[in-house]
Design a protein around this ligand. Structure first.
Ligand code: MSP
Length: 525
């Protein structure tokens, strides 16, 4: 009986076409989903677009389009990007879908009936671009003449040229005076702290979790969940003059896709989110779920940010790297390898095409590619007959066992960088083993044939294991490889969740003809 595994990407706004930073979270989720699938789990992998936002309405206005046709185009573009990157999602949902509206309205009603939602009139600053309320402390001063910013703590006098702006968007927030509905987050402080204590891995990496805990301990404020001036969105079931915005609307997406009567995927095993939205996922979201009587997600993986040439990725400075263009220029494998192996997820990094090519050439073209070539040449020279017996080198066997152990630990804890690094470091060991044993010299001596056969099978068994582990990262190339070496039904068997079974097989593979290098080196412009 298979366990269910449910993983989600962040909910992307549709006023953007996904860029390299968005592709990062999605490729992480896709890789984890594939690993879970081949490891005998029933996988649900959902991705989405966050459509009921004020930003989208403004973008549509700018383009002189009606909102819905604009959103249709943008949802199509998002799908096009994920399909272009061969992302294997099982659900793609839009927040404008009817099933989502109905579900959100039912949860809102549940929390309203429980007195967790109440009405209040207030005045606040609001940044449309963040879709978030701002306090004075959240802003910076901008000198409009020099374009310099400086902290609000400087207590400078506001003039025509010196204005208070949102630090991320450099725009003056709107002043909003409205009667809104609020969610009683303050009532959930103790329950949240109790959940954090009982689930010490709820948010990873742990530094981010500590911040969440400290923030909660300082005391939680209720937050607004509706707008009276916005007209585009999901109407509150208990006050049709208002629409929900951001929180109920976006977050409950994660549950809308779990409403099929014949599936049971909630609670989610993993939400992958960026560091800017961790507070909402680790504090607001669980509180809203508790209020509506749902179980809480098991874990949240937080990623940091990419910059391009040291700058925040932004439409206005046009430093967006299109992930599909990039993987067409090089390859999807190069993109995956660079994103997943070169960066720690708990740090901001600069996306550097030069480094991406270097990493690919070193790890896939040289380290793995060369070893594969060596095996091809060796096996063609050996001209192997069927029914051979062979013994794996004991030292390599120990290394292999410890490698598989480390790989399993890393990937099961969603540490993809470590899973890849441990694979490449094991390949280094194999390359060294080949260098030391020099089978191409031994082969010239007929009396050493048995020894060479053992060396060959030691390498090939090691490679077979590495390939299966790399399958979650580079499925197409591994598929191609399995076919070339006459382990033809491997990919199908993996897709049929048979990783463990295949791992324990002692399998011989055949190479019948020389082939082109698997991973071609890229020259740097
Ligand atoms: N729709 C909201 C989330 C609502 S949750 C209630 C949103 N959307 S977003 O499109 O702006 O961002 C989606 C995800 O992309 C976030 O997790 C964000 O951290 C991530 N990234 C956006 N820019 C990024 C980089 N430059 N680098 C890495 N991740 C980045 O926020």
């Amino acid at each position: 009986m298979k366990d269910n595994f449910y993983i989600t990407t962040p909910i992307y706004y549709t006023n953007w076409i996904p860029h390299i930073g968005h592709a990062y979270s999605t490729i992480i989720a896709d890789t984890i989903a594939r690993y879970q699938k081949i490891s005998w789990r029933n996988v649900k992998f959902s991705t989405w677009v966050d459509e009921n936002s004020q930003k989208a309405v403004l973008e549509a206005e700018k383009l002189d389009m009606k909102v819905m046709p604009y959103l249709d185009v943008m949802a199509g573009k998002h799908k096009w990007v994920w399909d272009g990157l061969k992302i294997n999602y099982t659900d793609f949902i839009r927040t404008t879908e009817k099933r989502h509206h109905e579900f959100v309205r039912s949860v809102l009603q549940t929390s309203f009936d429980k007195w967790d939602i109440y009405q209040w009139e207030y005045e606040w600053m609001y940044c449309v671009w963040c879709e978030w309320f701002k306090k004075d402390d959240d802003l910076v001063y901008l000198n409009k003449e020099t374009n310099e910013t400086f902290p609000i703590s400087d207590k400078v006098k506001v003039t025509e040229n010196i204005i208070k702006v949102c630090p991320d968007h450099l725009k003056t927030p709107d002043i909003i005076k409205e009667k809104n509905y609020f969610f009683k987050l303050s009532a959930y402080e103790d329950k949240l702290l109790e959940y954090y204590e009982n689930n010490p891995e709820f948010v990873v990496p742990s530094d981010r979790f500590n911040e969440v805990i400290a923030f909660t301990k300082r005391g939680l404020e209720d937050f607004s969940i509706s707008r009276e001036t916005n007209k585009f969105g999901i109407k509150l079931p208990f006050d049709e003059e208002q629409v929900t915005y951001v929180w109920y609307d976006a977050l409950f997406n994660y549950l809308t896709v779990c409403q099929n009567w014949d599936e049971d995927f909630w609670p989610a095993n993993l939400h992958v989110v960026g560091k800017d939205i961790i507070r909402f996922h680790a504090i607001y979201w669980p509180a809203m779920l508790l209020s509506a009587w749902y179980e809480l997600p098991k874990q949240i993986l937080t990623t940091w940010f990419f910059t391009v040439d040291g700058q925040k990725i932004s439409k206005s400075i046009w430093n967006i790297i299109d992930p599909v263009d990039f993987s067409e220029k090089y390859s999807k494998d190069l993109l995956t390898l660079y994103l997943l192996c070169s960066f720690n997820i708990w740090q901001d990094w600069d996306f550097d095409q030069y480094q991406a090519v270097l990493a690919y050439n070193a790890k896939l073209a040289n380290n793995l590619g060369n070893l594969v070539n060596r095996v091809v040449v060796l096996t063609l020279k050996l001209n192997l007959e069927n029914g051979l017996t062979w013994e794996i080198d004991i030292d390599i066997k120990n290394k292999l066992d410890s490698y598989i152990n480390n790989y399993n630990k890393s990937i099961e804890s969603y540490n993809l960088k470590e899973a890849l690094e441990t694979s490449f470091s094991f390949l280094d060991d194999i390359n060294k083993y080949v260098d030391t044993n020099e089978p191409w010299k031994l082969i010239k001596d007929e009396s050493k044939r048995e020894e060479v056969i053992n060396i060959f099978f030691t390498i090939s068994e090691s490679l077979r294991q590495v390939w299966m582990n790399l399958y979650s990262f580079f499925p197409e190339k591994m598929w191609e490889l399995f076919t070339k070496i006459w382990l033809e039904n491997y990919s199908e068997q993996l897709e049929d969740w048979k990783l463990e079974e295949l791992r324990s097989k002692e399998e011989i593979f055949m190479i019948k003809e020389k082939w082109e290098a698997l991973f071609l080196r890229f020259e740097l412009d």
